[in-house]
Design a protein. Structure first.
Length: 145
């Protein structure tokens, strides 16, 4: 039995031309507020009030912050402003470290790594080769048994 699985369920339907229902409400609400401000107030007072209302209506309709609608950003901001905040602070005690006193000049001796001469280096390499051959011989004896 085959079932049809709905596709694109997170995409809103376009109801009013190119706008979704929410976008249409934001535009219509902004236009209504602008109309009321224009009719009730003198032009010199109405224009400075109309510009932010128009900007907010357009931002709510079209602007996205980090892929989220601007309305959700405003909602998150309002929740952040109005909710109580819990500040946690844990005092860490500093460990008192003893102050290091510098060594006197006479006691400071530069550390030198031992140098290997060519013959000493050959002796070490030969002993490693011999040990490696002995280990291989023991393993061969174990494998043949």
């Amino acid at each position: 039995m085959r079932f049809e699985v709905p596709q694109f369920i997170d995409v809103e339907d376009k109801i009013f031309g190119p706008f979704t229902f929410k976008q249409f409400l934001y535009l219509a609400g902004g236009a209504g507020i602008i109309y009321v401000l224009w009719k009730l107030l003198p032009a010199i007072i109405a224009i400075p009030l109309i510009l932010p209302v128009a900007g907010l209506a357009l931002a709510l309709t079209f602007y996205k912050v980090n892929g989220r609608p601007f309305a959700q950003t405003i909602e998150s901001w309002m929740k952040y402003i109005t909710q109580d905040k819990l500040y946690l602070w844990k005092k860490r005690e500093r460990r008192k470290t003893p102050e290091k006193t510098p060594m006197p000049e006479t006691e400071q001796v530069p550390i030198q790594a031992p140098r290997l001469s060519g013959s000493k280096l050959k002796d070490i390499a030969w002993s490693l080769d011999v040990l490696d051959m002995q280990e291989n011989a023991k393993l061969d004896k174990l494998d043949t048994r």
